[in-house]
Design a protein around this ligand. Structure first.
Ligand code: ZN
Length: 104
């Protein structure tokens, strides 16, 4: 039986779900913004995380850079996927794994 009330509720839920998914994807896309030309940001903080190998480390461990010294390379895996602690992303295992699943 067709019930217009539950149908509109379903549409509303679907809409909210869609909005959340799109929002999450937009956030994840932002991560690449923080992993390039990030040396000046990394100099202001002590901790950083890599969403390629999912490790966290002291920014003092970063010795390799690219883009004329403006982009940090991960001291553990050598990939330019380093997020400064000051980015909106938490550099914990959960977040780094989510980003890793999206980007790699
Ligand atoms: Zn790494």
């Amino acid at each position: 039986m067709f019930n217009p009330k539950s149908n509109s509720l379903f549409s509303a839920l679907l809409f909210i779900y869609g909005a959340v998914v799109i929002n999450l994807e937009m956030e994840i896309k932002q991560a690449s913004k923080y992993s390039i030309y990030n040396m000046s940001e990394l100099e202001k903080t002590n901790k950083a995380g890599c969403y390629h190998c999912k490790s966290t480390f002291d920014t003092s461990e970063i010795s390799e850079t690219t883009d004329d010294g403006k982009t940090a390379m991960c001291p553990k895996c050598g990939i330019d996927s380093v997020l400064p602690d000051s980015s909106p992303f938490k550099i914990d295992k959960k977040t780094l794994t989510e980003l890793n699943n999206y980007w790699f």
